[in-house]
Design a protein around this ligand. Structure first.
Ligand code: ADP
Ligand code: MG
Length: 240
C-alpha cells in the first residue's frame, strides 16, 4: 500500500531523513517511535506529499508521491492525516468540518455527505456533538472529530502524528480506543506515537527512528522482547 524506498531529505545542509525504506502492506498497522527530532513527522509528511524529498521514492498504491505530474491534492484526499493539534476549522461546526471536504473535494451531494457525517460521529462516540464548535469540545472529542473528518474521505490509509500527545491523560484512551477499532476493522495505518500499550494491542510492526535513520523495523514481539539496537533499548527503558 505504501512503499518508501531509500528516501533522503535535507533542510539546507541538515539531513533530516537518511536513506529510509519502509513498506506498509494493506491492512497493516505500523507504529513509528523514536526520540524527538529523529524525523518521524517529516517521514510521514513525505508519505502524503506534504513535504518534498530529494532522494528515493515513495509509492502509495501505484502512485509515485515525488513524481512530477502527481495530483497531490487527490493523493492527500486518499490518505487521511491526523495531527497532534487536531487542526479543525475553528469557525465551523463539527458537522460542517466533516461535511465540507466531502462536498468540496469528493463532489458528494450535501445529503449524502450529511448522512455520512452522522454515521461517522456515531462511530466515534460523538452522536450529539454535531452542532457544536470545536472550542466547545474537549481535546479528546476534537481529536475524534478530526479522525471522523479524515475517514469521511474514504482514505486507503491513515497517518497519525502523535495523536494523543496534546491530550490530558484521561482523554488519551478515548482516542486510542477508536484507533484500535479502526485497526481491527482492517485500516492501513502508520502511527507516530509513544503509546506502547497501543503498539502492543494492534501494531504489526514497530519502527524505531533515530537521527533521521530507521534503526529498527521489527514485529512488535521482537521489538518489545529484544530490541536489536542499543539506542532502541535505551529509548524503551526511558518510556516504559
Ligand atoms: P520528530 O517528529 O521525530 O520529532 P521532525 O520530523 O519534526 O522530528 O524533525 C526532524 C528534524 O528536522 C529536527 O531536528 C527538526 O528540528 C528539523 N526540522 C523540521 N522541520 C524543519 C524545517 N522546516 N527546517 C529546518 N529543520 C527542520
Ligand atoms: Mg514530530
Amino acid at each position: 500500500m505504501i512503499e518508501v524506498t531509500g528516501v533522503s531529505k535535507w533542510y539546507q545542509q541538515f539531513q533530516v531523513l537518511k536513506d529510509c525504506s519502509l513498506t506498509i502492506k494493506s491492512g497493516e498497522v505500523i507504529v513509528i517511535c523514536g526520540p524527538s527530532g529523529s524525523g518521524k513527522s517529516t517521514l510521514i509528511k513525505c508519505m502524503n506529499g506534504l513535504e518534498p524529498f530529494q532522494q528515493g521514492e515513495i509509492k502509495v498504491g501505484d502512485v509515485s508521491v515525488g513524481a512530477k505530474g502527481t495530483d497531490l491534492p487527490k493523493l492527500r484526499s486518499r490518505i487521511g492525516m491526523v495531527f497532534q493539534n487536531f487542526e479543525l476549522f475553528p469557525h465551523m461546526t463539527v458537522r460542517k468540518n466533516i461535511t465540507l471536504p466531502q462536498v468540496k473535494i469528493l463532489g458528494r451531494s450535501k445529503d449524502e455527505s450529511d448522512a455520512r457525517t452522522i454515521k461517522l460521529l456515531e462511530r466515534m462516540g460523538l452522536p450529539s456533538q454535531a452542532d457544536k464548535f470545536p472550542a466547545q469540545l474537549s481535546g479528546g472529542q476534537q481529536q475524534r472529530v478530526a479522525i471522523a473528518r479524515a475517514l469521511a474521505m474514504d482514505p486507503v490509509a491513515m497517518l497519525f502524528d502523535e495523536p494523543t500527545s496534546a491530550l490530558d491523560p484521561e482523554m488519551i484512551n478515548e482516542v486510542l480506543d477508536v484507533m484500535v477499532a479502526l485497526a481491527q476493522d482492517g485500516m492501513t495505518m502508520a502511527v507516530v506515537t509513544h503509546e506502547m500499550g497501543f503498539a502492543r494491542r494492534v501494531a504489526n510492526r514497530v519502527v524505531f527512528m533515530d537521527q533521521g535513520s530507521i534503526v529498527e523495523d521489527a514485529p512488535k514481539e521482537a521489538f518489545f522482547g529484544t530490541p536489536r539496537s542499543e539506542r532502541a533499548q535505551l529509548f524503551l527503558s526511558k518510556i516504559l
